[in-house]
Design a protein around this ligand. Sequence first.
Ligand SMILES: Cc1cc2nc3c(=O)[nH]c(=O)nc-3n(C[C@H](O)[C@H](O)[C@H](O)COP(=O)(O)OP(=O)(O)OC[C@H]3O[C@@H](n4cnc5c(N)ncnc54)[C@H](O)[C@@H]3O)c2cc1C
Length: 190
Amino acid sequence: MLFARSCTPEHTRRAAPVLRDLCLASRALFIELAEQTGNSFELRTEGLLNLCKTAEGLDHEANGLARLTNEVGVEARVLDRNETAAMEPGVEIDVAGSVYFPIDAHLTPSKFVSTLVALLRQQGVAFRWNTSIAGGRHDGQRVTALRTSAGEIEAAEYVIATGSWAAETVRDLALRLPMQPGKGYSLTIE
Ligand SMILES: Cc1cc2nc3c(=O)[nH]c(=O)nc-3n(C[C@H](O)[C@H](O)[C@H](O)COP(=O)(O)OP(=O)(O)OC[C@H]3O[C@@H](n4cnc5c(N)ncnc54)[C@H](O)[C@@H]3O)c2cc1C
C-alpha cells in the first residue's frame, strides 16, 4: 500500500532532483577514483543508448524517461534509426531509434570491486568474507552489537549495506526500512 500510494507524479517530481544529485555526485566520485587508480576499472564516460525496437517503444521512451530526464536538467537525446546507427559504426542495428544519455557512464564491476578492496586494505580496512549477519542487539537508542556467523561484532558505528536484504537485516534492531526488492535479469557476454 505504501509503495502504491507513493507512485504519483507529484512524488516522482519531488524525488527526481534528489536522485539526479545523488547520481551526479556518485559519477564525480567514480571519475575521481578512476584518476587516482589509473582507471583500473575501465570507467568510460561516453553515455548510454537505450535502444527501442519499435516506434511505439521509442515514443514511450521519448515521452516518459527522456522527457522527465530533460525536465530535471539532464540531457536525453531522442535519435532516429540513422542517427543511432551513426553512433555505432560497424554494427548492424535493427531498431526504430534510441534515447541517448550523453552523461551516462559505465565500468567493469569485477575490476571496480577488486580496486576498491585493494584501496580499502591499504587504509587498514579488515574484511570478513563469507560472514553473514543474523541480527543484532540494541538498547532502544543505538545498535550495540551485530550477531554474525563468526560471532558478535561491536562497533561505534554501523553502516548497513545489504542492498535489497536491508529491511530483513535491520528487523530485530527495532528499525523499519520500507523497501521492496525489484527483480532483474542480465546476460554478460564478451
Ligand atoms: C540484473 C541486474 C542488472 C543491473 N544492472 C545495473 C547496471 O547496469 N548499472 C547500475 O548502475 N546498476 C545496475 N543494477 C543495480 C545494481 O546492481 C544495484 O543498485 C547495486 O548492486 C546495489 O548495491 P548495494 O551495495 O546497495 O547492494 P548489493 O550489491 O545487493 O550488495 C548487498 C550485499 O549484502 C550481502 N548481504 C545481504 N544480506 C546479508 C546478511 N544478512 N549478511 C551479510 N551479507 C548480506 C549480499 O550478499 C550482497 O553482497 C542491476 C541490478 C540487477 C539485479
